[in-house]
Design a protein around this ligand. Sequence first.
Ligand code: SAM
Length: 247
Amino acid sequence: MRLDVVTIFPEYLEPLDVSLVGKARAAGLLDVRVHDLRRFTHDRHHTVDDTPYGGGPGMVMKPEPWGEALDTVLASGAPAKPVIVVPTPSGRPFTQDLAQRLAGEEWLIFTPARYEGIDRRVIEEYGARFDVREVSIGDYVLAGGEAPVLVMVEAVARLLPGVLGNADSHRDDSFAPGAMAGLLEGPVYTKPPEWRGRAVPEVLISGHHGRIARWRRDEALRRTSDNRPDLIERCDPASLDKHDRAA
Ligand code: SAM
C-alpha cells in the first residue's frame, strides 16, 4: 500500500518509522511518503495561511499550496486513483469499519491541516475527481491533523496482510466483526497465575475451551454494556445467543 502525507510538519510523522508501521515499511508492505506543504509555496515566507473571508478568529490554509502539492503527488502515481483522507473534527467518525475499508485500498493520501482548516474549495476540487473522505478521530479538537494521521495509519496498517505476526490477532479485537461481533474485548491476563494476591480467573487456566469462550463472551458483553451501551443497542440481535440474552 502507498501512503502519502502532505503537512507543514513533516517531522511530526517521524513515528511512522517506529514499531509496527516502521516494520511494515522495512518489509516493503507500506510505501510511506511525507511531503512538506511549504515546498509548494512561492513567497519568501513560505506562507500557507491567510485571514478568513467573512472575518472571525484564526487563519485558513490557502488553496494554492494544497493544489500544487496534491497535483504533484497525484501525478507521481497516475493513472492510479487514491482515496484522499482529510482529517477534520467536522468529518465522519473514524471507525474500525472505515479502517478495514481503507486497508483494502492501494493508495491513500492524507491532508492534515493546521489553523482553522483548509479552504473549502480544495475539498470540492479534488472531491469532483477522487474519493475524498473527511474523517474525524473523535469529538474533540486538536491543534492539527498530524496526530489523527498517525492514529489512522496505525489502525489501517495493522489490518494489512503480513503486518501482524499472527494474522488472526485482530479478529477478536474490540469493534472487529469476528467472534465478538462488534463488542468490546474483555479483560486479558498473562503469567504469573497470582500477582499481589490477585489470581487469574480460574476458568482461564481450566483448559476447558468451551467454558473459556463463554467466559470471554460474558466479559465482553459486561464491559460493552458498562462502557459503551450504545454498541449493545446497535448489535444485530441475530448475533446474540440465548446465554447472551440471559446475561
Ligand atoms: N475550526 C476547526 C473546527 O472547529 O472544525 C478546527 C480546526 S483544528 C484547530 C486544525 C486541524 O486539526 C483540522 O483542520 C484537522 O486537520 C485537525 N483536527 C483537529 N481535531 C481533529 C479531529 N478530532 N479529527 C481529525 N482531525 C482533527
